[in-house]
Every structure is written in structure tokens, then in C-alpha cells.
Design a binder for this molecule. Structure first.
Ligand code: T4K
Length: 367
């Protein structure tokens, strides 16, 4: 039986991509803010409904750079329930991560628990829109405003998500995207920072290009995190099909929900009707007692049948050797996250997943 992975990237039309490659070959302009980079940046800002966006070679370098852009130091409050890159970005900036527990419904940072973790060293909050579901931005911004903290969203999962017709990428001071092959929208590897004003965009663009503000002027110790012309040309083509791809995801999620709702011991993520959601992931949560088997029983049963769901996010970031010694990493302080990490499996979801495959996957979910 054919293997089904948690995701499969969408690729652009090969002939069209070859045409773009021929143009790049002729022009011999490969990176450093070329024609495709400029076009893609503009097209992406328009599509996403954001004022300013800066392209990056990947999401992790964009996160690391976002912290530099805002001059973040000391301690930053963040979630243990994410991909490890979220916390690694702090570590690479010599910033101490302070883990705060999540809420159980959307698995995002719990605003009610943030204030207790603030110290005189705290300079920012780094929440994640987990699975593309928006964090409680109002509550987080209220705390940030009262304590004078910056808010940088890890929006790696949130491509195209809108709340009340507005992009959630406009939340906070900065939002960071990933265009990795496994994401809703990919440029093979890639990422971006969204900001609110031209001055900040300029600073971001300097920092991702070694800090160069002119041929001989270096304004800060920047890094090399630029997106190249081939990625940007590929990204331009990806924009042509993004709407239909998000629609296809929506349909798969609808079939999953129809098939799985009501199975004892399986909780599905809350479906938020008011959201223009991207269905980036389809997490299910296994209640061992009610379901009659553990999450891992189910995970390995799927695997034995060539279905490779993933336990995003298990283990918690706070459990990895680098971080587990931190006071905020103590499991008793992160009870909700610890429970969810033991319950979750993300089922396969991607535009080319056939309805028959969804049915096959669902057939293994009944014990
Ligand atoms: N913040 C958050 C919240 C993130 O989720 C991520 C990335 C980042 C920051 C960092 O952004 P980037 O620096 O990556 O731009 C994957 C991705 O590598 C990672 O980008 C992603 N999050 C994370 C959630 O998932 P793995 O280790 O699970 O990937 P991997 O290689 O096991 O791929 C998963 C499945 O996808 C494979 O089993 C098969 C399929 N696949 C994968 C690739 C790469 C394909 O079919 N084709 C492919 O080319 O981390």
C-alpha cells in the first residue's frame, strides 16, 4: 500500500518554472534583491493583505533576525508547544526562553498565565499561531502594552489566515512566516518577516544582507538570510494556485470532521466558523481512557499501515536537553502542554490527498 505522509508539497507547473529559469539564466542575476525578488515581495504583500514584507531564505533565519530587528535581549516569554526552531531562535540570540503553558482549545500560549512569568529582564513575548489558529492577540497585546514588551509572532503556520477579513499577520510588532516545503505555501525553503512601517522594513532588509545600508556602509552586524531569485520565481508561480490549494485543504478537513466527529475518545480541534482558515494541519487528540488505546498505539497502528501522521508537537521543546534545566521548563508548570503533547497526532492533509485515502486513514481510527 502506498505511503501517505503527513504532508506533501505542492509544486508549480514545471514548464512555467523552466520558462522562469531560462529568464534567470539569461539575466544572470541570481540573488541580492533581483527582479523576481522584488516582484514576489510585492505580490505577496498584496495577496496576504499586509503593508510590508521582507523575504528570507528560511523561517528560522527570519525568526533569528526578527529578534535582532527589535533589539530583544534578556528574557522572552514563549510556548513550549511548537516546532523547536521557535525557541532555538531565542537561544541563537543569547536570550533566555521563559516557557508559559498553553490553553487546551487551540494549543496557543495562554494569556492568563503570561503575567506571572514577567520579570524585570523580560523584553518580549514570542507566541506561535499553532496549526494556523490565531492567538488571543488582544489579551497578549494588552499585557505587552502594560509592561512595555514587544510582541513577535511566530506565524510559520499562519499563511493566508484571516480573522474578520484581516490578515492575522498584522498582529504584534512583527510576524514571521515559513515557506518550507512542508508548509501551506512553499518556496522549497523560505520565510518572511511582516512589519508595519517602511523604516522597520528597511532595517530588516539591511540586517538580512550583512547590515549593508549602501555599498560601503554597514549599520549593524547583519547576517546573510536573503531569498534567491530561483526561490522567488518559484514563489511567484505558487501564488497562482494558492487559493485552490487552500480550498482543497478545506474540503479534506471537512471530510475528516464528518468521518471522525463522535468517535469516543478522539477530540478534534475546534472549528472556528468566523475564521478564514488555511487548514495547515489536522490534529486529533486521543483520550487514552475513553478511546481504549494510547496515542502511541494509534500512531504506530497508522504507521504499520503506511500512514505517517506526526506527533506535532511532541516532545515539548522544554523537554529537549538544551532547555529542560530551565526553571520554566518544569513539567508541573506546563501541565496543559504536557497533556496535549501526549495526546496529539497530526493526520495527513495536503491538496493532492485523495478522498479514498482520507477514508482509508479514517478506517484505522476506530479501535
Ligand atoms: N516555527 C514553527 C512554528 C515551525 O513549524 C517551523 C517549521 C519553523 C518555525 C521554522 O521554519 P523553517 O526554518 O523550517 O522555514 C518539518 C519542517 O522541516 C519544518 O519546516 C516545520 N516547521 C516542521 C513543523 O515540520 P520535520 O522534521 O517534521 O520534517 P520532515 O522532513 O520529517 O517532513 C515531514 C513530512 O513531509 C515527511 O515525512 C514527508 C513530507 N515531505 C517533506 C519534505 C521536506 C515531502 O513530501 N517532501 C519534502 O520535500 O520538520
Amino acid at each position: 500500500m502506498e505511503k501517505i505522509f503527513v504532508t506533501q508539497p505542492v509544486l508549480p507547473d514545471l514548464d512555467e518554472f523552466v520558462e522562469s529559469l531560462k529568464d534567470i539564466w539569461n539575466r544572470k542575476w541570481l540573488t541580492n534583491n533581483g527582479k523576481y525578488h522584488r516582484e514576489f515581495e510585492k505580490a505577496l504583500a498584496d495577496y496576504l493583505g499586509v503593508p510590508y514584507i521582507s523575504l528570507f531564505s528560511n523561517g528560522t533565519l527570519a525568526l533569528i533576525s526578527a529578534l535582532q530587528v527589535m533589539n530583544i535581549t534578556g528574557e522572552v516569554i514563549t510556548t513550549p508547544y511548537s516546532f523547536v526552531a521557535t525557541t532555538h531562535a531565542l537561544w541563537w540570540n543569547n536570550i533566555k526562553p521563559v516557557f508559559v503553558d498553553i490553553e487546551p482549545e487551540y494549543c496557543n500560549l495562554d494569556p492568563a498565565k503570561i503575567e506571572a512569568a514577567i520579570t524585570p529582564q523580560t523584553t518580549a513575548i514570542l507566541p506561535v499561531h499553532v496549526y494556523g489558529n490565531p492567538c488571543d492577540d488582544r489579551a497578549i497585546q494588552d499585557i505587552a502594552d502594560r509592561y512595555g514588551l514587544k510582541v513577535i509572532y511566530d506565524a510559520a503556520h499562519a499563511f493566508g489566515v484571516k480573522q474578520n477579513e484581516k490578515s492575522i499577520l498584522n498582529f504584534g510588532d512583527l510576524s514571521v512566516l515559513s515557506f518550507h516545503a512542508t508548509k501551506v505555501f512553499n518556496t522549497i525553503e523560505g520565510g518572511a518577516i511582516v512589519c508595519h512601517d517602511e523604516k522597520t522594513k528597511k532595517r530588516i532588509d539591511y540586517l538580512k544582507n550583512f547590515g549593508f545600508a549602501g555599498e560601503t556602509e554597514v549599520i549593524a552586524p547583519g547576517i546573510n538570510a536573503k531569498m534567491n531569485e530561483i526561490q522567488a520565481a518559484y514563489g511567484m508561480l505558487q501564488l497562482k494556485t494558492i487559493e485552490e490549494n487552500i480550498e482543497a485543504r478545506k474540503e479534506i478537513a471537512r471530510i475528516y470532521r464528518k468521518k471522525l466527529e463522535g468517535i469516543r475518545g478522539l477530540r478534534l480541534a475546534t472549528y472556528n466558523e468566523s475564521l478564514q482558515y488555511n487548514n495547515a494541519y489536522f490534529p486529533i487528540f486521543v483520550d487514552e481512557k475513553e478511546f481504549g488505546a494510547t496515542r502511541d498505539d494509534l500512531y504506530y497502528k497508522l504507521k504499520a499501515n503506511n500512514i505517517f501522521g506526526r506527533r506535532y508537537f511532541y516532545p515539548l521543546i522544554s523537554q529537549f536537553p538544551t532547555y529542560r534545566g530551565l526553571d520554566s521548563a518544569k513539567p508541573e508548570k506546563l501541565k496543559v502542554a504536557a497533556k496535549i503533547a501526549e495526546e496529539v497526532i497530526c493526520l495527513p492533509i495536503y491538496p493532492d490527498l485523495e478522498e479514498d485515502d482520507v477514508n482509508r486513514i479514517c478506517s484505522y481510527l476506530k479501535i
